[in-house]
Design a protein around this ligand. Structure first.
Ligand SMILES: C[S@@+](CC[C@H](N)C(=O)[O-])C[C@H]1O[C@@H](n2cnc3c(N)ncnc32)[C@H](O)[C@@H]1O
Length: 231
Protein backbone atom coordinates (compact mmCIF):
# COMPACT_ATOMS: atom_id res chain seq x y z
CA UNK A 1 0.00 0.00 0.00
CA UNK A 2 2.94 2.38 0.65
CA UNK A 3 4.00 2.08 -3.03
CA UNK A 4 0.41 2.68 -4.19
CA UNK A 5 0.17 5.66 -1.86
CA UNK A 6 3.38 7.09 -3.32
CA UNK A 7 2.12 6.53 -6.87
CA UNK A 8 -1.39 7.93 -6.57
CA UNK A 9 -1.69 10.49 -3.78
CA UNK A 10 -1.36 14.17 -4.72
CA UNK A 11 1.39 16.56 -3.66
CA UNK A 12 0.89 20.00 -2.11
CA UNK A 13 0.96 23.27 -4.08
CA UNK A 14 4.04 25.42 -3.48
CA UNK A 15 1.72 28.42 -3.18
CA UNK A 16 0.30 27.06 0.10
CA UNK A 17 3.80 26.60 1.51
CA UNK A 18 5.00 30.03 0.40
CA UNK A 19 1.91 31.51 2.08
CA UNK A 20 2.77 29.70 5.35
CA UNK A 21 6.47 30.60 5.11
CA UNK A 22 5.58 34.27 4.70
CA UNK A 23 3.22 34.27 7.64
CA UNK A 24 5.72 32.50 9.92
CA UNK A 25 8.66 34.57 8.63
CA UNK A 26 10.68 31.44 7.82
CA UNK A 27 14.27 32.14 6.88
CA UNK A 28 15.95 30.50 3.88
CA UNK A 29 17.36 27.14 4.97
CA UNK A 30 15.08 27.03 8.04
CA UNK A 31 14.98 23.63 9.76
CA UNK A 32 11.49 22.13 9.44
CA UNK A 33 9.75 19.06 10.79
CA UNK A 34 7.30 17.16 8.55
CA UNK A 35 5.33 14.99 10.96
CA UNK A 36 3.18 12.09 9.75
CA UNK A 37 5.27 12.50 6.59
CA UNK A 38 4.09 9.29 4.89
CA UNK A 39 5.97 8.76 1.63
CA UNK A 40 7.11 12.38 1.63
CA UNK A 41 4.54 14.12 -0.58
CA UNK A 42 5.00 17.32 1.43
CA UNK A 43 8.65 16.67 2.37
CA UNK A 44 9.79 16.86 -1.27
CA UNK A 45 8.08 20.23 -1.82
CA UNK A 46 9.68 21.67 1.33
CA UNK A 47 13.10 20.34 0.25
CA UNK A 48 12.61 21.80 -3.25
CA UNK A 49 11.92 25.18 -1.64
CA UNK A 50 15.36 24.99 -0.01
CA UNK A 51 14.48 24.02 3.55
CA UNK A 52 16.29 21.49 5.71
CA UNK A 53 13.65 18.88 6.56
CA UNK A 54 13.36 16.18 9.22
CA UNK A 55 10.58 13.73 8.31
CA UNK A 56 8.91 11.85 11.17
CA UNK A 57 6.63 8.90 10.31
CA UNK A 58 5.58 5.82 12.33
CA UNK A 59 5.06 3.55 9.29
CA UNK A 60 8.34 1.83 8.29
CA UNK A 61 7.27 0.99 4.69
CA UNK A 62 6.03 4.58 4.15
CA UNK A 63 9.37 5.88 5.43
CA UNK A 64 11.23 3.54 3.04
CA UNK A 65 9.35 5.13 0.12
CA UNK A 66 10.16 8.58 1.49
CA UNK A 67 13.89 7.80 1.73
CA UNK A 68 13.91 6.79 -1.95
CA UNK A 69 11.85 9.78 -3.10
CA UNK A 70 13.57 12.44 -0.96
CA UNK A 71 17.07 11.26 0.01
CA UNK A 72 17.95 14.81 1.10
CA UNK A 73 15.56 14.61 4.08
CA UNK A 74 16.62 13.38 7.51
CA UNK A 75 14.22 10.66 8.72
CA UNK A 76 13.03 9.43 12.10
CA UNK A 77 10.65 6.52 12.59
CA UNK A 78 8.07 7.33 15.24
CA UNK A 79 4.79 9.02 16.08
CA UNK A 80 3.84 12.68 16.60
CA UNK A 81 3.23 11.97 20.29
CA UNK A 82 6.91 11.14 21.02
CA UNK A 83 9.33 12.84 18.62
CA UNK A 84 13.02 11.97 18.96
CA UNK A 85 14.19 15.57 18.64
CA UNK A 86 15.56 17.95 21.30
CA UNK A 87 13.51 20.79 22.78
CA UNK A 88 13.31 23.76 20.37
CA UNK A 89 14.99 21.62 17.68
CA UNK A 90 13.12 23.02 14.66
CA UNK A 91 11.94 26.40 13.38
CA UNK A 92 8.50 25.07 12.45
CA UNK A 93 6.53 21.84 12.24
CA UNK A 94 4.31 20.86 9.31
CA UNK A 95 1.69 18.10 9.14
CA UNK A 96 -0.07 17.29 5.86
CA UNK A 97 -3.18 15.10 5.79
CA UNK A 98 -2.03 13.71 9.12
CA UNK A 99 -3.04 15.87 12.10
CA UNK A 100 -6.45 14.16 12.35
CA UNK A 101 -4.62 10.86 13.02
CA UNK A 102 -2.70 12.20 16.03
CA UNK A 103 -3.68 11.82 19.68
CA UNK A 104 -4.07 15.60 20.03
CA UNK A 105 -3.82 15.63 23.85
CA UNK A 106 -0.25 14.32 23.57
CA UNK A 107 0.82 15.46 20.10
CA UNK A 108 0.11 19.20 20.51
CA UNK A 109 2.35 19.62 23.64
CA UNK A 110 4.99 17.47 21.91
CA UNK A 111 4.94 19.69 18.81
CA UNK A 112 5.17 22.72 21.10
CA UNK A 113 8.24 21.17 22.77
CA UNK A 114 10.18 20.56 19.54
CA UNK A 115 9.39 23.94 17.91
CA UNK A 116 11.63 26.81 19.02
CA UNK A 117 10.14 29.84 20.81
CA UNK A 118 8.80 32.19 18.13
CA UNK A 119 8.45 29.27 15.71
CA UNK A 120 5.31 27.88 14.11
CA UNK A 121 3.08 25.00 13.15
CA UNK A 122 1.39 24.49 9.78
CA UNK A 123 -1.45 22.04 9.11
CA UNK A 124 -2.47 21.14 5.57
CA UNK A 125 -5.17 19.03 3.99
CA UNK A 126 -5.84 18.33 0.32
CA UNK A 127 -9.59 18.11 -0.13
CA UNK A 128 -12.23 17.52 -2.78
CA UNK A 129 -13.50 20.42 -4.89
CA UNK A 130 -17.17 19.75 -5.48
CA UNK A 131 -17.54 22.69 -7.89
CA UNK A 132 -16.00 20.21 -10.34
CA UNK A 133 -18.92 18.33 -12.01
CA UNK A 134 -17.34 14.88 -11.54
CA UNK A 135 -16.55 15.47 -7.87
CA UNK A 136 -19.99 16.99 -7.34
CA UNK A 137 -21.49 13.82 -8.77
CA UNK A 138 -19.26 11.63 -6.56
CA UNK A 139 -19.73 13.63 -3.33
CA UNK A 140 -22.34 11.29 -1.81
CA UNK A 141 -20.71 8.14 -3.10
CA UNK A 142 -17.22 8.97 -1.86
CA UNK A 143 -18.66 10.29 1.39
CA UNK A 144 -17.28 13.82 1.58
CA UNK A 145 -20.60 15.56 0.92
CA UNK A 146 -21.16 18.04 3.76
CA UNK A 147 -17.80 17.19 5.41
CA UNK A 148 -14.62 19.19 5.75
CA UNK A 149 -11.21 17.67 6.46
CA UNK A 150 -10.90 19.27 9.89
CA UNK A 151 -13.10 20.52 12.64
CA UNK A 152 -12.38 23.95 14.11
CA UNK A 153 -12.60 22.77 17.73
CA UNK A 154 -9.90 20.14 17.08
CA UNK A 155 -7.29 22.62 15.85
CA UNK A 156 -4.41 23.53 18.22
CA UNK A 157 -5.00 26.42 20.63
CA UNK A 158 -3.87 27.97 23.92
CA UNK A 159 -1.71 27.41 25.89
CA UNK A 160 0.33 25.82 23.08
CA UNK A 161 -0.36 27.62 19.80
CA UNK A 162 -2.29 30.59 18.41
CA UNK A 163 -3.74 30.65 14.90
CA UNK A 164 -2.13 33.28 12.64
CA UNK A 165 -4.23 32.63 9.56
CA UNK A 166 -5.81 30.17 7.18
CA UNK A 167 -6.13 29.93 3.43
CA UNK A 168 -7.43 27.69 0.65
CA UNK A 169 -5.30 27.15 -2.45
CA UNK A 170 -6.80 25.81 -5.70
CA UNK A 171 -4.83 23.49 -7.97
CA UNK A 172 -5.51 20.52 -10.27
CA UNK A 173 -3.87 17.17 -10.98
CA UNK A 174 -4.19 15.07 -14.15
CA UNK A 175 -6.37 12.06 -13.44
CA UNK A 176 -8.25 9.23 -15.15
CA UNK A 177 -10.85 6.66 -14.06
CA UNK A 178 -8.02 4.22 -13.20
CA UNK A 179 -5.96 6.83 -11.33
CA UNK A 180 -8.98 8.04 -9.35
CA UNK A 181 -9.89 4.47 -8.36
CA UNK A 182 -6.26 3.69 -7.45
CA UNK A 183 -6.09 6.83 -5.31
CA UNK A 184 -9.34 5.97 -3.50
CA UNK A 185 -8.03 2.45 -2.89
CA UNK A 186 -5.33 4.01 -0.66
CA UNK A 187 -7.87 5.76 1.60
CA UNK A 188 -9.04 4.52 5.00
CA UNK A 189 -12.63 4.53 3.65
CA UNK A 190 -11.64 1.65 1.33
CA UNK A 191 -9.03 -0.01 3.56
CA UNK A 192 -11.48 -0.41 6.45
CA UNK A 193 -14.45 -1.53 4.28
CA UNK A 194 -15.66 -5.10 3.86
CA UNK A 195 -13.71 -6.30 0.74
CA UNK A 196 -16.83 -7.03 -1.38
CA UNK A 197 -18.41 -3.71 -0.43
CA UNK A 198 -15.12 -1.87 -1.15
CA UNK A 199 -14.86 -3.49 -4.58
CA UNK A 200 -18.47 -2.50 -5.45
CA UNK A 201 -17.75 1.03 -4.34
CA UNK A 202 -14.66 1.35 -6.54
CA UNK A 203 -16.57 -0.17 -9.51
CA UNK A 204 -19.25 2.48 -9.15
CA UNK A 205 -16.63 5.28 -8.94
CA UNK A 206 -14.92 3.97 -12.10
CA UNK A 207 -18.21 3.76 -13.98
CA UNK A 208 -19.20 7.32 -13.14
CA UNK A 209 -15.68 8.73 -13.75
CA UNK A 210 -15.52 7.02 -17.17
CA UNK A 211 -18.23 9.36 -18.43
CA UNK A 212 -15.72 12.22 -18.07
CA UNK A 213 -13.20 10.70 -20.50
CA UNK A 214 -9.99 8.71 -20.38
CA UNK A 215 -8.08 11.66 -18.86
CA UNK A 216 -9.31 14.73 -17.06
CA UNK A 217 -8.00 17.43 -14.73
CA UNK A 218 -9.05 16.76 -11.13
CA UNK A 219 -9.22 20.09 -9.25
CA UNK A 220 -8.44 20.02 -5.54
CA UNK A 221 -8.54 22.45 -2.63
CA UNK A 222 -5.62 22.64 -0.23
CA UNK A 223 -6.61 23.95 3.20
CA UNK A 224 -3.67 25.47 5.09
CA UNK A 225 -3.56 26.73 8.69
CA UNK A 226 -0.62 28.56 10.26
CA UNK A 227 -0.06 28.82 14.04
CA UNK A 228 2.58 30.53 16.15
CA UNK A 229 4.07 28.81 19.17
CA UNK A 230 2.98 30.44 22.41
CA UNK A 231 5.77 30.81 24.98
C1 LIG B 1 -2.88 10.34 4.85
S1 LIG B 1 -1.22 10.01 5.29
C2 LIG B 1 -0.39 11.55 4.92
C3 LIG B 1 1.05 11.36 4.61
C4 LIG B 1 1.77 12.56 4.05
N1 LIG B 1 1.90 13.61 5.04
C5 LIG B 1 1.07 13.09 2.82
O1 LIG B 1 0.56 14.21 2.87
O2 LIG B 1 1.00 12.38 1.82
C6 LIG B 1 -1.28 10.01 7.04
C7 LIG B 1 0.05 9.62 7.65
O3 LIG B 1 -0.03 9.86 9.06
C8 LIG B 1 0.70 8.83 9.69
N2 LIG B 1 0.26 8.74 11.08
C9 LIG B 1 -0.80 8.09 11.60
N3 LIG B 1 -0.83 8.23 12.94
C10 LIG B 1 0.23 9.01 13.27
C11 LIG B 1 0.76 9.49 14.50
N4 LIG B 1 0.16 9.24 15.65
N5 LIG B 1 1.88 10.24 14.46
C12 LIG B 1 2.49 10.53 13.29
N6 LIG B 1 2.04 10.08 12.10
C13 LIG B 1 0.92 9.33 12.09
C14 LIG B 1 0.38 7.59 8.87
O4 LIG B 1 1.33 6.57 9.09
C15 LIG B 1 0.40 8.16 7.45
O5 LIG B 1 1.67 8.07 6.86
Amino acid sequence: MAAEYERHRPEYPEEALRWAAGLLGLEERARLLDVGAGTGKLTRVLVALGYEVVAVEPGGPMLDQLRQAVPEAETLEGPAEAIALPDAGVDAAFAAQAFHWFDRERAIPELHRVVRPGGGLVLLWNWWDDRDPLQHELAELIGYAGHSPFSDDELPGAPWFRELGRTVVESADESSPDALVAMLATTSRFLTADPAEGADWLREVRERASKYGEQFPLPKLTYAFAFERLS
